[in-house]
Structures are given as structure tokens and as C-alpha cells.
Design a protein around this ligand. Structure first.
Ligand SMILES: [Zn+2]
Length: 302
């Protein structure tokens, strides 16, 4: 027997419920907190001149401690090469030259935006290890703990290109990209919780999260890559390396990854072509930085 599908609703209409669905209140609460979190944690990065999201509750000391913890964990799982091995000495030498230029370059880039540098990097305890691995990879964690994987050595091919990669990694730490990623993750977790509590079905929630990844998190990650390319290139140039090596370097990198690059919108790394174009557009400035800041030696460029 067919039931009257509107039967229940008619009953409800006879005695209408007052007020909101509590779920809407919960959603509004999340939205308000998300907006509050967003606006109250905006800070200006003097080096890029961009407003960025970093939790004010995350102190520089906390960030360094997290970096150190991650570094010790990675080193205990990987195989660092003997610090006296020629490759370790060479990488340490490049790191030393780059690090020596950090205060000057941060100040120069900040001055171009009419800002003072934060001095955040003056608290870093720099360290670099070479890790035995096939990966063509390198990193610099918050607080200045760095590693270069031996798989990067043949792809870099020369000291200038190695300095470009290491400058890029140092720039991620200087610009506090790790702390920015943590703040973004917190926002996306809030979004996930709001989605779950609003009664969306899991499939809908997944679609929303995927859209957020494409629309918000991935472009952010690519922006970080572009910023690290910029600051890293200036740093390498100031440390008397040849910034023009950046272009063939990224060509070799893309060849080494099998040329199988994902479409840019789906990747955290910029499309190699876009990246190279961007680096080429920075080259005049990088050569100018080299002329201005490479005052203590380095090879004479042709
Ligand atoms: Zn990067």
C-alpha cells in the first residue's frame, strides 16, 4: 500500500519547528572560526612582500624544534655519508657560502619591498649532511637542517647548479613555508570536520576536499616553489655561483624524472617549462645581484 509521502511533512507544517537546524549553527561556527583563524594569523613576509598565513601560536623555537626532530628521524633512517668524504666536504662548502649571504640577501630583498628583514634566520643552527640515496633530492628544514641526496650529484653536474638547488631549499626554510603549510593543513582539517558534521555524505565530502586540493592547496604549494626559485637564485648569485646554470639544471631535472611531468594544475611542482621561463625572467636581476654581492671571490664569469 502506498503511503502518502507528504503525510509527515503536513504534520510538521501543522506544528512548525522554530529556529535553525543545529547543523547550520555548527557550520556557521566553523566558518566563523576559520575566518577568524585566517585573518588573525596573516603576516607580511618582508622578503617576498606577500601576506602569508602562519599561526601566531607557533613560535620560532617550536618551529625549529619540529625541524630538528624531523631531521634526527630522517638521519636515523637513512645512510648519511662520512662527513670527511669529498662529496660531504664539497656540499658543506657550498652550504657555507650560501648561508654567509643569507642576512645580506634577506635585507636587500626586503628593502625592495620597503621592509626590514625579520631576523628569523639568525636563530638557525645550520647543518648539512649528504645522504646515500638514488633520489635526486635535497631539503632544508625549519631551523636550517639540510640534506643533499647523492642521487642529486650527477643531475646537478656542477657546483653552480648544486648551489642553485641548495639555495632553493634554504629559501623554503627562510620563507617559513613549512609553518605556512601547517596553517593551511589546520584550515583544511577544520573544513573536513565541518563537512563531516554538516551531514554531507562521504562521497560529497571527498569531492569538496578534492576541489579544495586543486583550488587552494596545490596552487599554494606551487607558489612556494616559485618563491623558493626566486630567493634561492638570488642567494646562489650573491654567493658567487653562476645563476645561469639554473636553466640547464631544471632541464636535466625534468629529463631525470623521465620527462613524465604531470599537468601543472595537478602537481605541486611547477611545469618544467613554466619554471624555466620564470627563471629566465629572473636572470637579469640574478646577474645584478651577483655583481653587487659577490665581492669576496668566486670564479669570474665569462
Ligand atoms: Zn621546492
Amino acid at each position: 500500500m502506498r503511503q502518502d509521502p507528504f503525510g509527515r511533512r503536513r504534520q510538521q507544517q501543522a506544528a512548525p519547528r522554530r529556529g535553525f537546524n543545529p547543523r547550520i549553527l555548527i557550520l556557521l561556527g566553523f566558518l566563523a572560526y576559520g575566518a577568524y583563524y585566517w585573518f588573525s594569523n596573516q603576516t607580511l613576509d618582508p622578503v617576498t612582500g606577500e601576506k602569508v598565513l602562519i599561526a601566531r601560536s607557533l613560535s620560532v623555537a617550536d618551529e625549529k624544534a619540529l625541524g630538528l626532530q624531523a631531521y634526527e628521524e630522517i638521519l636515523s633512517q637513512e645512510h648519511p655519508v662520512d662527513p670527511d668524504a669529498p662529496i660531504a666536504r664539497q656540499v658543506r662548502g657550498i652550504a657555507g657560502r650560501l648561508i654567509a649571504k643569507v642576512p645580506e640577501i634577506e635585507a636587500a630583498l626586503a628593502a625592495e619591498n620597503g621592509q626590514q628583514p625579520t631576523g628569523f634566520s639568525s636563530t638557525f643552527d645550520w647543518d648539512v649532511n649528504v645522504i646515500e640515496s638514488d633520489q635526486a633530492n635535497a631539503f632544508c628544514l625549519p631551523g636550517g637542517k639540510m640534506a643533499v641526496y647523492t642521487g642529486l650529484v650527477p643531475v646537478a653536474g656542477n657546483e653552480d647548479a648544486m648551489a642553485v638547488v641548495m639555495g632553493h631549499e634554504i629559501a623554503h626554510a627562510l620563507l617559513r613555508h613549512g609553518a605556512q603549510r601547517m596553517a593551511q593543513q589546520k584550515l583544511s582539517q577544520m573544513g573536513q570536520m565541518a563537512g563531516a558534521m554538516s551531514g554531507m555524505d562521504p562521497q560529497q565530502q571527498q569531492m569538496v576536499m578534492a576541489a579544495m586540493g586543486y583550488g587552494y592547496l596545490l596552487p599554494y604549494a606551487r607558489k612556494h616553489e616559485t618563491e623558493a626559485d626566486y630567493v634561492g637564485l638570488m642567494l646562489a648569485a650573491a654567493a658567487c655561483y653562476d645563476p645561469r646554470e639554473a636553466v640547464p639544471l631544471w632541464e636535466r631535472m625534468s629529463a631525470a624524472s623521465g620527462g613524465a611531468s604531470q599537468p601543472e594544475f595537478a602537481s605541486t611542482h611547477p611545469n618544467p617549462g613554466t619554471r624555466i621561463q620564470n627563471l629566465e625572467s629572473l636572470m637579469a636581476k640574478a646577474m645584478d645581484y651577483r655583481a653587487r654581492f659577490c665581492t669576496d671571490g668566486g670564479v669570474v664569469l665569462r
